[in-house]
Every structure is written in structure tokens, then in C-alpha cells.
Design a protein around this ligand. Structure first.
Ligand SMILES: [Zn+2]
Length: 179
């Protein structure tokens, strides 16, 4: 083995030890996936009761959930007060909007993602890529699916290290949403 190979193996081993395997799996899938504009919907309603529980957790944290008619390109939206345009227009207060056209299984993933946005560590995330990396990682861990989240996150590959750096915050958010 060359010195370079030894350093590389040591670095990978170091990362593997530091990063919990579920985030490592997601991060690896993000790196090998092609960006996909539209996330493949799952359909089905097995997660109905999980949505009810998630809603209760979010409401207790000050974030009510509303199912509303939205353009197909939107699955959900975190509204922190009214906005000039877009889905949050006309909303008086904090609310999580979910597209009423989604199945309960897709609502579950959407709500886990939007709920995670309400728990972003303050002052740490500097761009949309980091925010999406955080929110979608939380959703992936809550729901236990990795492939679709990885396709979505592949558009933000440059920010994949967010998974490693914020692993503590990600696991904390998962714990809060699934308690
Ligand atoms: Zn998002």
C-alpha cells in the first residue's frame, strides 16, 4: 500500500467510526445518486397513525399542521408567519402546510421533513443545501427510508458533510419527533 492509500483508508475508517451508520448510509447514497427533480411518491396509508402522533408532537412544540390544496410541485411548506406570495400567503401564524393531495404515507415523510425545518440548529445552517440536508436526513431517519431522500439530496451533494457535522442535532430532532 502506498502512503496515500493508507491515509485514505485511515480517513475513511475514521469517518466510519465517527458517523453513525444510518447517516453514513444516507451520505453514501447521496454521493452516488443522481439528482432527481421530482421525488417519487410512495402512496399507501399504513402510516396514518404515525402522522397523528407526529402532528401531536409538532402541535406541542407550537406548530399546528394544516392540509391544504397546493400546486403539485409542493409537498409541504413551513410557514413562520405570513409571506408576500407562495403557499404561506394569508397564513396568520406559524403553521406547517401539507399538500392534501398526498397519501398518508407521503404526508408522513413530508411532515417529518417540514417538522425538521422547525428544529434547525439556530445560526448554523448557511444555505438551502445545508437546510435541506438537515431536514431530509431527519425525515429519512424518522421514516426509515434512504433511497428517495438520497435522490432528493443529490442536488445538494456539496453540502453532504452537514450530515457528519450536525449528526448530534439530527439525532436530537429525530428523538423529539418520535418520542
Ligand atoms: Zn425542505
Amino acid at each position: 500500500m502506498t502512503v496515500r492509500a493508507i491515509v485514505l483508508v485511515a480517513l475513511l475508517g475514521f469517518l466510519a467510526v465517527l458517523t453513525p451508520w444510518r447517516l453514513l448510509k444516507l451520505g453514501t447514497l447521496v454521493l452516488v445518486s443522481r439528482p432527481q427533480a421530482e421525488v417519487h411518491l410512495r402512496g399507501g396509508n399504513e402510516h396514518y397513525w404515525d402522522v397523528m402522533e407526529l402532528e401531536a408532537h409538532l402541535l406541542a412544540r407550537g406548530w399546528p399542521v394544516k392540509y391544504v390544496r397546493m400546486p403539485k410541485t409542493y409537498y409541504g411548506k413551513t410557514c413562520d408567519g405570513p409571506e408576500m406570495f407562495g403557499p404561506c400567503m394569508g397564513e396568520a401564524d406559524r403553521v406547517l402546510l401539507v399538500n392534501e393531495g398526498l397519501s398518508w404515507n407521503d404526508r408522513y415523510e413530508t411532515l417529518a421533513h417540514e417538522g425538521a425545518h422547525t428544529m434547525e440548529p439556530y445560526g448554523v445552517l448557511y444555505n438551502k443545501g445545508q437546510q435541506e440536508m438537515f431536514a431530509e436526513a431527519v425525515a429519512a431517519l424518522v421514516v426509515g427510508r434512504y433511497r428517495e431522500p438520497a435522490h432528493y439530496l443529490a442536488a445538494y451533494k456539496a453540502d453532504v458533510l452537514t450530515l457528519l457535522i450536525l449528526q448530534g442535532d439530527i439525532y436530537h430532532a429525530v428523538g423529539e419527533l418520535t418520542r
